[in-house]
Design a protein around this ligand. Structure first.
Ligand code: FES
Ligand code: FES
Length: 206
């Protein structure tokens, strides 16, 4: 995908050249190179320097999960990580879910099952769901497993029932086809032989 995008800090007046560190990472399939202060949180790098505001900030203390992104296949709270710690990583944010203008199965699930009201928790919920389903690869995850998977994400609106249904919807859409039992081809009975085989001793008595 594309070339390497370089980014300079949006508030150069607050940056000190001596403390800047170079980072290089792949976000939603695109390579980015940037210079950041060591104290810059990943969520602020995504939002303020790259303009990826789909990743939200809520508590800023690792409690609510709205800042969740997928980093090297795992759901991480980007308010708890420095951007420099993500150096060399592959990151997926909510902006990376839809492809070619088509919603991802997870986004479709939240839409179809009414898995959101205000939508503030939704990007984090969806990225946690993405990490869970891509690891689990099960078309029918149990309700207990789903609730455990999203237990680090808080929603103040929906009461979780519809979110769980949205995850179930997405799991089916992502994996039902590949887990459907393969139909065995019908066995054709052999043609009857012209001469019935005679039972008994055909070779003469002894
Ligand atoms: S903003 Fe990161 S967990 Fe709440
Ligand atoms: S939909 Fe409002 S916080 Fe979850």
């Amino acid at each position: 995908m594309g070339g390497i995008y370089s980014h300079t800090p949006t508030r150069p007046d607050l940056q000190s050249e001596e403390t800047m560190e170079k980072i290089h990472l792949i976000i939603n399939g695109t390579e980015y190179a940037a210079e950041v202060e060591p104290r810059l949180l990943l969520v602020h790098f995504l939002r303020d320097q790259l303009g990826m505001t789909g990743t939200h900030v809520g508590c800023d203390t690792t409690s609510c999960g709205v800042c969740t992104v997928v980093l090297n296949g795992k759901a991480v709270k980007s308010c708890t990580m420095f951007a420099v710690q993500a150096d060399g990583a592959r990151v997926i944010t909510v902006e990376g879910l839809a492809q070619d203008g088509k919603l991802h199965a997870i986004q479709e699930g939240f839409h179809e099952e009414h898995g959101l009201q205000c939508g503030f928790c939704t990007p984090g919920m969806q990225m946690t769901t993405y990490a869970f389903l891509t690891k689990n690869k099960d078309a029918n995850p149990s309700e207990e497993d789903i609730r455990w998977a999203i237990s680090g994400n808080l929603c103040r609106c929906t009461g979780y029932v519809n979110i769980v249904n949205a995850v179930k919807y997405a799991a089916k859409k992502m994996y039902a086809a590949e887990q459907a039992p393969v139909e065995k081809p019908a066995v054709t009975p052999p043609e009857p032989t012209a001469e019935p085989v005679r039972a008994g001793n055909g070779g003469g008595g002894q």
